[in-house]
Design a protein around this ligand. Structure first.
Ligand SMILES: *Cc1c(COP(=O)(O)O)cnc(C)c1O
Length: 483
């Protein structure tokens, strides 16, 4: 017994390092705070993109401890300074994120108190907050109170949960898979195709729909295809529309598609991961008409609400459909299961233990109010218009007027007898090497184009001016290249 106690005491002397003293905690906090403030203060005059590899050795975990100072140096040099600086307003590629400061503070709190946000029994407060955040989104998108939802790690997992519910509601399994039909825009996000493979629907029939000149689904064509497929004895069960595609930010005609899916009793899924929160702006509200007709909806607060990465959301009207795959009872969970308690996040998600995501959304919304978020969204829309005008003056050709804050452009170099695709490829190469501002490229109608996506709360008029200056430099250099 005495021996046992001695051993415990000896181990305690070592393991106690995991609970730093108050003075050490304060010192660590000061160091982190200093780093964070310097990082934020330097954002407006550092590059957005820096190519280059990292040194693995710096990350190696060895028996040798490091000081927080050393660790922060590695973090700064090898992590924060490499690749795309996603906290920067100069990130205008792909779909930018955000990373508002007060969400980081909320994450700190969530980690310190380590709330168990999977089950109401374990943390009724945390779970109630999760459910309230979901209720708030239900009200924004006019989903009924009876709908369920979940805060996920991002849009991909949110889509996965929604498509699983569609599959289960329509009992798409066994031999039914190969005769069941899904209708998609070719511009749908690739996490959709990934999800089909993951949930065993690799062999469903996928109908890629023809799009109009603004890259939107044509409802009449959708309905014709559904009728044709039904006549052939196939089983149309799912239509996916987008409220903000990744390539061009297009919003499909949500209302008309909703009419068709209702008439033909097909599950209606809308991916609004990028565009969803623009419904809060007065000027774009009308484009979202009919979004409430969806059976399931995905929205990404780590995009449209400028939160740090790691927060998507899914809303589903049919609770039963989600429960089919996600609600489980196990003996070791018996204390936590009570039908009368509020919804457990674990019952509508593949996750059991999970990050307490609600706080990073709830705290900033409470602290700042909703107004600054809406103003930032309106600001992004105007910044894209501003950018388009500037580029037009430089002689670029522009894609159609965008629904939201994604647009594309290319330089019509055939006027100079230079292949347009080659020219614009060289131009984006220049832009990436320059790195002041980060833009990305895509292929639209077999044409190589450069894309701008404005969604960071830190993107301001000065950022756009910098981007235009960079593109001017690029234009000059690229022209010389082909001379
Ligand atoms: C970003 C995005 C996704 C994927 O979401 P993640 O959060 O990156 O997993 C899905 N659909 C659309 C339309 C998106 O913009």
């Amino acid at each position: 017994m005495e021996d046992l106690v001695q051993k415990i005491i000896a181990l305690d002397k070592i393991s106690t390092a995991l609970e730093p003293s108050i003075s050490k905690r304060e010192k660590y906090q000061q160091q982190i705070e200093k780093f964070a403030n310097q990082f934020i203060n330097s954002l407006s005059n550092t590059h957005t993109y820096q190519k280059g590899n990292v040194l693995n050795n710096d990350f190696e975990i060895t028996a040798q401890q490091k000081s927080l100072t050393e660790i922060l140096t590695i973090y700064s040099e090898q992590v924060a300074k490499k690749g795309i600086n996603c906290a920067s307003g100069g990130h205008l590629g792909y779909i930018p994120g955000g990373g508002i400061y007060t969400a980081a503070l909320a994450d700190f709190l969530a980690a310190i108190t380590n709330e168990y946000a999977g089950m109401y029994f374990a943390s009724p407060g945390a779970v109630t907050m999760e459910n309230e955040v979901i209720n708030w989104m239900k009200s924004i998108f006019k989903f009924p109170e009876s709908a369920v939802g979940n805060l996920t790690s991002g849009g991909s997992i949110a889509n996965l949960i929604a498509l699983t519910a569609a599959r289960d509601q329509h009992e798409i399994k066994n031999e039914k898979i190969t005769t069941s039909v899904v209708y998609l825009s070719p511009h749908v996000h690739h996490c959709t195709q990934k999800a089909f493979k993951i949930i065993g629907l690799e062999d469903v029939i996928i109908r890629y729909l023809a799009l109009d000149g603004n890259f939107k689904i044509i409802p009449q064509q959708l309905e014709q295809q559904i009728i044709k497929d039904k006549k052939q004895g196939l089983n149309p069960f799912l239509v996916i529309a987008s409220a903000g595609t990744t390539d061009t930010g297009a919003i499909d005609p949500l209302d008309s598609i909703g009419e068709i899916t209702k008439k033909h009793r097909i599950w209606y899924h809308i991916d609004a991961a990028y565009g969803g929160f623009f419904i809060l702006t007065k000027c774009k509200q009308a484009l979202f008409k009919g979004i409430e007709k969806a059976d399931s909806l995905v929205i990404d607060p780590h995009k449209g609400l400028f939160l740090p990465y790691g927060l998507g959301a899914v809303l589903v009207k049919e609770k039963k459909a989600v429960f089919h795959s996600h609600y489980y009872q196990a003996n070791y969970m018996q204390d936590a299961i009570d039908e009368n308690l509020p919804l457990n996040p674990a019952d509508v998600s593949p996750e059991l233990t999970k990050h307490f995501r609600a706080l990073r959304m709830w705290l900033p919304l409470q602290l700042h109010g909703i107004k600054p978020f809406i103003a930032a969204l309106d600001e992004k829309l105007l910044l894209v218009s501003y950018f388009r005008e500037k580029l037009n003056k430089l002689g670029f050709l522009l894609g159609p007027l965008p629904d939201l804050s994604v647009s594309y452009f290319w330089y019509p170099s055939s006027q100079l007898n230079i292949d347009e695709n080659e020219f614009n490829k060289q131009l984006i190469k220049f832009i990436h090497e320059d790195g002041t501002i980060f833009l990305s490229s895509t292929i639209i109608n077999e044409k190589f184009v450069i894309r701008i996506a404005v969604l960071s709360f830190r993107t301001k008029k000065e950022t756009i001016d910098k981007a235009v200056e960079m593109i001017k430099r690029g234009l000059k250099t690229t022209k010389l290249l082909f001379n």
